[in-house]
Structures are given as structure tokens and as C-alpha cells.
Design a protein. Structure first.
Ligand code: F6P
Length: 357
């Protein structure tokens, strides 16, 4: 008999359910008896012993459903060792619940923050297997995270829609794409949607270069310009600021986000009519795309295999087109950023896309 605890933590994304279904199906189909404890709302469920017993039936019919049947929450790693408002030691509480339920392991689905806590639990002696989720694709140790391709599809369809209205009105459109501090989502959706300018955090931009590109397009007879801006995009001047100075600027809240700043400055510099579209959390919602359904199912099945073989302390990741197990200590606390010299950036530039650099 295996006793498995499972939780989904951090911002949700598509295919979390598909991944959990993959884990459970692969274990059930092996003939191994199993008890599944689903902790609710991320690490909170593990801290406060809030769980529900699940059977294989609970994982039926969820392959195509977005969100997570377990619920999720953000439990910041930087305060995980601080006692809660009632003085509870959160790390100790998680360990106690694990031991009380006599769990063989925890299956934890999450992104960067989640992996730091997962690694801490491993260091504390718990058996942990993780699965890489996030629309940002910024998790170190894996070429791909599930949720990413679904979000690319959604952000692309936003850009597609904007394209037609931008063309009708001859406007400049700034579309803000999620992705936290990295540009994978913006780059891919921008290229797929035929954006003329793509701004990503890894390549700080010069607003004058962007304005020049907009004006050049006009001269060339193009009445509109599509700009895909990563929520974490940053100007060359701001990139020179210290973290503290930059935070101070953001706190001034002159603009709700970088897209509005870019839009305002382009309008001032070119006299063009500029509009901003922020699809926001819809990029994390809805049904997973077919790629993510397959990908998350595969990762889940491989996680199930590791559990059957009693191999713990790994994230099940994807590297060079193969599913691999990556030691948690190699993943936790590292961010995977886009390489500004990557072939895809050079190819995008060959297509005439400006990065504002
Ligand atoms: O990490 C996923 C993500 O959607 C990021 O792209 C975004 O910056 C962040 O989460 C938004 O977080 P929240 O859901 O807490 O607003």
C-alpha cells in the first residue's frame, strides 16, 4: 500500500488536473494499492491538515478541465519559516501532518516558489516528487513546463483578435502578456501572432527605437503596429536602476504597468493613436491545449513510475525532448531566463521583429 499526499501550489495553470490524473492512473494501472490524500489550497492544506481522501474516480473526466481540483494558493517561501499569526511553526506542522498520515511521499505540482518549499521539505527528510507547472516556463531544469503552451495559444488568439481591429482603425496596439520576470510567453505568442515589436525583460528596450519602428512602418504604408509587451519588460534606463530604486519607481504608480508607460510614450513621440490590451489571468484559464494534455499526462505517468520505484527528491522535467528526473536541489531557487543571443531571437530579428534594442 502506498500513501500519497498531493498538492498544487502557486498560481494555477492549465493541465494541473491532467498531470495529477497521470500520476494516479499510472499507479492504479500498475496494480499497486494506493491511498491518495489531496491537500487543499496548496501548502496551506498541508500546514493545517486540510485534506480530502481521493480515489481513482476523482481523477476521471478531469483531463480537459482547467484549474485544479485541489485548489491552490500562494504560500511565499520567504516567510515559510516564520510562525503563522497563531505562532504555529509551518514547516514543523507540514512534517507532523506528513508523519501523522504515514505518507510515503508528497507529489507537489508548482513553479518556482513551490519548488523552494518542496526542496526544503526534502531537506527536512520528507519524500518529495514534483511536477513543473507554470505559464511562464521559467522553471530551471526543464525545457518546458505544462500550462505554457496553453497560455501561448490564448495570448496568441488575443493578438490575432487585436490584429484585425488594429488594421481597421490604423492604430498602434500594445498587448501586455504575462510571464512574470521572463519573456518566453511574450516571445512565442508575439511571434505566433505576427507582432511587429516584442519587448521582453531579457532585452531592455529603448523607447526611441520603438517609436522609430512605428514611424517607419507608417512610412512603409503600414497603418498599424502590434507590440507584444511582457509584463516584466524594462527600459534600458530602468535596467540601470538598483532594485530599490526601480521598486520606488513602480510604487509611484504613474502607470498601472509597463504597457501603459510604453503606450503613453509612443503616443507622445509619434502622435499615433495607441491602445492597450491586458488579457491578464485569462491566459491561465480554460481548458489545456492538446499539447499540454499529452505533456502533463506523460510527466504524471513518469512521476507515478518514480513513486512505484521509491525514487524521491526529483522534479520530473523535460530536456532535449526526453522526460528526465532532475534533483530538486538543482531546480530550487534558480530562474530560467531567455538567452538574448538564442537562435529564436536572431530568427525573429531576421523576420523584421524589433525588440526595441
Ligand atoms: O506565475 C504565473 C503568473 O500568472 C505570472 O505570469 C504572473 O506574473 C503572476 O502569476 C500573477 O500572479 P497572481 O495570480 O498572484 O496575480
Amino acid at each position: 500500500m502506498k500513501r500519497i499526499g498531493m498538492l498544487t501550489s502557486g498560481g494555477d495553470c492549465q493541465a494541473l488536473n491532467a498531470a495529477m490524473r497521470g500520476v494516479v492512473k499510472s499507479i492504479y494501472n500498475s496494480g499497486q494499492e494506493v491511498e491518495i490524500y489531496g491537500f487543499l489550497n496548496g501548502y496551506r492544506g498541508l500546514i493545517y491538515g486540510d485534506f480530502k481522501m481521493l480515489t481513482s474516480r476523482d481523477f476521471s473526466g478531469i483531463l480537459t478541465i482547467g484549474g485544479t481540483i485541489l485548489g491552490s494558493s500562494r504560500t511565499p517561501f520567504k516567510t515559510i519559516k516564520d510562525p503563522d499569526e497563531n505562532g504555529l511553526d509551518k514547516v514543523e506542522a507540514m512534517k507532523q501532518n506528513y508523519y501523522k498520515l504515514k505518507l510515503d511521499c508528497l507529489v507537489i505540482l508548482g513553479g518556482n516558489g513551490t519548488h523552494k518549499t518542496a526542496n526544503l521539505l526534502r531537506q527536512e527528510g520528507l519524500n518529495v516528487i514534483t511536477l513543473p507547472k507554470t505559464i511562464d516556463n521559467d522553471l530551471y531544469g526543464t525545457d518546458m513546463t505544462f500550462g505554457f503552451q496553453s497560455a501561448v495559444d490564448l495570448a496568441t488568439s488575443v493578438i490575432d483578435c487585436i490584429h484585425t481591429t488594429a488594421a481597421s482603425h490604423g492604430r498602434v496596439f500594445v498587448i501586455e502578456v504575462m510571464g512574470h520576470k521572463v519573456g518566453y510567453l511574450t516571445l512565442n505568442a508575439g511571434m505566433a501572432g505576427g507582432a511587429d515589436i516584442i519587448l521582453i525583460p531579457e532585452i531592455p528596450f529603448d523607447i526611441d527605437k520603438i517609436a522609430k519602428k512605428v514611424e517607419q512602418r507608417l512610412k512603409d504604408g503600414n497603418r498599424f503596429t502590434i507590440i507584444a509587451v511582457a509584463e516584466g519588460a524594462i527600459s534600458k534606463e530602468d535596467a540601470k536602476l538598483s532594485k530599490k530604486e526601480y521598486q520606488k519607481k513602480l510604487n509611484n504608480k504613474k502607470y498601472p504597468s509597463v504597457s501603459y508607460e510604453v503606450a503613453d510614450l509612443i503616443q507622445q513621440k509619434t502622435g499615433q493613436e495607441v491602445r492597450v490590451t491586458v488579457p491578464g489571468h485569462m491566459q491561465r484559464g480554460g481548458s489545456p491545449c492538446p499539447y499540454d494534455r499529452v505533456f502533463a499526462s506523460r510527466l504524471g505517468a513518469e512521476a507515478g513510475k518514480l513513486i512505484l520505484e521509491d525514487e524521491y527528491g526529483f522534479m520530473v522535467g523535460y530536456r532535449n525532448r526526453e522526460i528526465v528526473k532532475v534533483p530538486l536541489e538543482d531546480v530550487a531557487g534558480k530562474l530560467k531566463m531567455l538567452d538574448p543571443d538564442a537562435a529564436i531571437i536572431k530568427e525573429a530579428k531576421m523576420l523584421g521583429i524589433s525588440f526595441g534594442d
